[in-house]
Write a protein of this length. Structure first.
Length: 408
């Protein structure tokens, strides 16, 4: 099968609409998630493209911002704008003088923390903020408009079943467009280069990491504990660093879109609920690389098999919702007595409970946590799903459906 030269992204419609309504659009996301490719594909014929990452371009922008914007007249794509935040007040100045024009500045950035703070301070009310993550499975399968199961009253057409080895191979590779578009590229070498580049560029830009080897150990720890309750005090003790250092490192990983901190769902149901958050790597390929996994058999049969599958489910939900221009509301639920649900997705006033099981044979007992959640939340809870690795879709209990991962 011929590999397409361009993969359509779900975000395209939202991006076009935002560029037609706002003077500026900021597109954030991790490095290599396809931000530049997307903008140049949609606006390459109408906008000048400038990357402000090269030192000489950055120096010119910082030395004479007005002159820089005169040289690169809007409409313009300014790539990696976090390297020249000094431009933002002058972009505001230009926008205020030309308020009738939409889509004049399309900005990208891969460091959400710094960029978001500067943009909200400077361009409030003038900018649409969007986020592009690595590709969802539906995007990789060239079906970017696919719905999530609970968004349709009738089951969608079932995807062609994916062989188990192929599925786990895709987990090992992850969703970064470069690896999706070039299936023969060595994924281990690519991720190795990505992690090193990420360490050198982004981490040292955002925060001075005194002991790089300790931070690398922290990255591997984050991978090994992905999907678990993340106790920062315990992590700091294991690494031999201060708790504040671990907090800062988690903040950096969040700001550069490398992890998702999943917080517990709390409702006034009269029960003691666990309050410690969970930490997930945002890409299964990054997770597998940091865990040293190179072979699908080792991934599926090893101690991280369930974690990898759980991460794949969370990634698909987060990417699908994020690429519609929304901010996903995803939580987990766990009581002190032991009842738990892997994911709670808040959608249109309802809470969708999802349990993830790395098995091809779903059983009614797997619905216990979901049914406990539904009992406690009552009408707030919607239908539940048990996501599994098999091919069968069937009711497991009243209000709970077993759903193959390929139907997510």
């Amino acid at each position: 099968m011929t590999t397409p030269s361009y993969y359509s992204r779900t975000l395209e419609k939202v991006l076009k609409r935002s560029a037609a309504e706002f003077p500026a659009v900021v597109l954030t996301g991790p490095r290599q998630s396809g931000k530049t490719t997307l903008l140049r594909h949609l606006f390459g014929r109408t906008h000048t493209y400038v990357s402000v990452e090269p030192p000489d371009v950055r120096a010119a922008a910082m030395a004479d911002p007005r002159g820089f914007l005169d040289l690169y007249q809007p409409p313009v794509i300014l790539d990696e704008i976090q390297h020249a935040p000094e431009l933002l007040p002058y972009i505001k100045e230009w926008i205020d003088e030309h308020r009738t024009k939409a889509g004049q500045f399309l900005l990208t950035g891969s460091q959400n923390l710094l960029l978001l703070n500067r943009v909200t301070e400077t361009l409030a009310g003038r900018v649409a903020m969007l986020r592009l993550l690595p590709m969802s499975r539906h995007e990789a399968n060239q079906n970017p408009a696919a719905k999530l199961p609970w968004e349709s009253s009738s089951p969608q057409a079932k995807e062609t079943a994916t062989h188990s080895a192929q599925l786990w191979q895709s987990f090992l590779r992850g969703g970064y467009p470069e690896l999706v578009a070039h299936p023969r590229r060595d994924a281990y070498l690519w991720h190795n280069s990505y992690v090193q580049t990420y360490l050198e560029r982004d981490i040292r830009t955002l925060r001075q990491v005194g002991d790089l080897s300790a931070f690398q150990s922290f990255l591997r720890m984050a991978a090994s504990r992905s999907g678990q309750l993340f106790n920062m005090t315990g992590a700091a003790r294991d690494l031999g660093v201060a708790v504040n250092t671990v907090k800062a490192w988690v903040s950096v990983l969040e700001a550069t879109f490398q992890v998702v901190v999943l917080r517990p769902y709390h409702a006034n149901v009269g029960k003691r609920l666990v309050k410690t958050p969970k930490l997930y790597l945002t890409d299964t390929g990054t997770l597998c690389h940091l865990a040293g996994l190179k072979d699908p058999a080792h991934a599926v049969d090893g101690p991280l098999g369930g974690v990898i599958f759980e991460t794949a489910v969370l990634s698909e939900i987060m990417r699908t919702l994020t690429h519609r221009g929304t901010v996903p509301e995803v939580y987990f639920w766990r009581t002190a007595s032991g009842s738990e649900v892997d994911f709670i997705v808040a959608v249109d006033g309802q809470l969708i409970p999802i349990e993830v099981k790395s098995t091809a044979t779903p059983r009614p007992a797997m619905t216990n946590g979901i049914r406990a959640f539904q009992d406690d939340l009552g009408r707030k809870s919607g239908a539940g799903y048990v996501l599994h690795l098999g091919q069968v879709r069937l009711p497991l209990a009243p209000g709970v459906t077993a759903l193959p991962f390929c139907n997510l």
